[in-house]
Ligand binder design. Sequence first.
Ligand code: NAP
Ligand code: HSE
Length: 434
Amino acid sequence: MSDTSEIGIGLLGMGVVGSEVARNLLLKADRLAQQVGRPLRLRGILVRDKSRRRDPAVPPALLTTDPEDLVARQDVHVVVEVMGGLRPAYDLIRSALSQDKHVVTANKEVMATHGPELVRLAEEQEVSLLYEASVGGGIPLIGPLHKDLLANEVSSLHAIINGTTNYILTRMSQEGASFQTALRQAQELGYAEANPANDVEGADAAYKLAILASLAFHSQVTGAQVYREGIARLSAVDFRYAQELGYAIKLLAIARREDTALSLRVHPCLVPEEHLLAKVDGVFNAIEVEGDLVGKVVFHGQGAGAKPTASAILGDILEVACNIASGRKPAHTGNLKDGLSILPIEELVTQYYLRVTVSDSAGVLAKIATVLGDLGISIASVIQKAADAASQTAELVIMTHPAKEAYVRQAVQQMKALDVVREVGNVIRVEQQA
Ligand code: NAP
Ligand code: HSE
């Protein structure tokens, strides 16, 4: 006789994502049971504050503030972690795996910091650890990198993988919205992290890039190894000048294999406006993977928000449940054996956009050209903008040919020391090949 007993789920967290997961587990129970062949039953939901108003579809009796008790329950077979943050989420995932529970998580911070160790523990315990929702919201990425693209030698990833910052940049560039207004709206829409500094300063994208790069390059990468700059230095004039030059400004996450090293970086980029990534707006994410067999493939979809993220989590829950129902062992392909080193950012060679405020007088351009020329940095174009008669200043927008980051940094320091330079307003890398 076939086993028709319930598969029990313990949900850690009922915020933006957890609420949508709980709703679907409850409201689509019959459909999910049909797909799995056994009923899925939500046993309990961890929250911090039981008195908060919650979704009326969720019975209050399911709420608990005792995580260890929920994880340890005999009738919980799958633990779904959507509480966020490193701790206690990491400890609870470890505890669940150690107690032979399958785990589904959306937590990029935990996976980018402790992923390989947790995958090893899951392997030892012969349980699943699935984390599709940790990168790209509802876009399938972890699955394809684990399986469909596994035969490829991946050479690069170019990605927009933070919905909050892409939403903010889109609102700023298309509607002239202020940074603060756009961020507030992203928070209201449920896109931002509990601490939005993680989005704005590039940490969230760095965690996600570490997860993708580990899978794509079979090499252990942590979030801390990714060079990152956030979007706070971008101003309205940068968007205007970029547009005039034929570029969009995007927060890109880039991983590229350079012989035996990996270049890993998250920072604002000028992207040619005809390129696909330049057209990815709002909360949408896009990830371009280049492999030796497949060529370039692009994954595109909503990278944040309750429903797209719940889609990925429920997909993982169904995979685990189907494995339990059929008695199949979980498949682990976390083979991180290539051991590539990380290229320092100073070694990067790319093009640069420099915005420099100078005194509007004779000979200024020559002094700046000398600084750049002496360091071997070739100028592709210079435009003089926004001359201000009152302060006798002008703004120069300089585009360089490909140059080494270390020399560009030296040039910026030397320019700042020139008596004719009032301010180096911004330096933005240009990604022609995105
Ligand atoms: P959220 O709205 O802040 O919800 C967090 C939930 O966890 C809340 O229910 C909170 O309880 C609970 N919680 C947090 N710390 C707790 C603790 N120490 N003890 C007990 N309960 C605790 O977060 P979210 O936006 O749903 O994100 C959850 C996870 O999904 C994060 O890892 C995030 O990075 C990831 N993710 C989010 C999105 C998105 O679009 N939001 C997309 C992809 C992945 P209370 O309700 O009582 O405060
Ligand atoms: N805060 C994240 C973002 C959520 O905006 O992309 C999705 O991981």
